[in-house]
Design a protein. Structure first.
Length: 241
């Protein structure tokens, strides 16, 4: 009796052949009846399958050798085509994914491969899904995982990144000096129009210096300010005692 019945889980379907001819539609889930010797059942799993794409050696568009691996997620949406349209859907999907990975990445430069990962993933998913569609397979996600770059290229990229950081730092410093020069020019124009501003600034500087802990401060004073005091001292010295 057991030879006449197959029990299929919720995620399984049975593609049934009788005398070698396909019986449509696929059976399941639950109990599936079969005639011994006459009927042949091929079970198909409808759950999402994780396919690890082995590392591929790729030459990018700018002639940089890289080694890339990826992962793809797919599921069978038509059990009948997955069995009768391709001999081994798992192996076939893996081969399509490998060749597509090499072809697509070879059309992009290294910078795009590193910075535009989402765009490349979408292109890979679309191409692989289009190829496996006739087999009843739906590819939902393709992700590039690791991109291995030769050691010499990594050092060159590090030097390039350091040079770029130095260039940006010099630009920022130059912009700061330019803005400071502009402010000094504006200050000079103000002082030229209002000479008293220079004296105020002079006094402010003296206050700042006196607060720095210096014990002795020597500063010049305008002669016009000191002349009355000098003349008075000379008159006092000329008077007889």
């Amino acid at each position: 009796m057991l030879g006449f019945v197959k029990v299929l889980r919720e995620y399984e379907r049975a593609v049934l052949f009788r005398f070698g001819r396909l019986l449509d539609p696929p059976r399941g889930p639950g109990l599936v009846w079969k005639i011994p010797i006459v009927d042949q059942i091929v079970k198909v799993d409808l759950r999402t399958i994780t396919l690890n794409i082995p590392p591929q050696d790729v030459i990018t568009k700018d002639n940089v050798p890289v080694r890339v691996n990826a992962v793809a997620y797919f599921k069978i949406v038509d059990p009948k085509n997955a069995i009768i349209q391709v001999e081994n859907y798992m192996a076939a999907t893996s081969q399509i994914a490998q060749t597509t990975l090499r072809a697509v990445l070879g059309q992009h430069v290294l910078d795009e491969l590193l910075s535009e990962r989402e765009k490349i993933n979408a292109i890979l998913q679309e191409i692989i899904d289009g190829s496996t569609g006739p087999w009843g397979i739906k590819v939902t996600i393709v992700e590039v995982k690791d991109v291995e770059i030769p050691g010499g290229m990594q050092k060159a990229m590090a030097r390039q990144a350091e040079a770029e950081r130095e260039r940006r730092a010099k630009i920022i410093n130059s912009e700061g000096e330019f803005q400071a020069a502009e402010r000094l020019k504006d200050a000079a124009l103000v002082i030229e129009e209002h000479p008293v501003a220079l004296q105020l600034r002079y006094l402010q500087t003296l206050i700042e210096v006196s607060g720095s802990g210096a014990s002795t401060i020597i500063f010049p004073a305008p002669v016009d300010i000191l002349r009355p005091f000098l003349e008075r001292a000379q008159k006092d010295d000329s008077k007889p005692e």
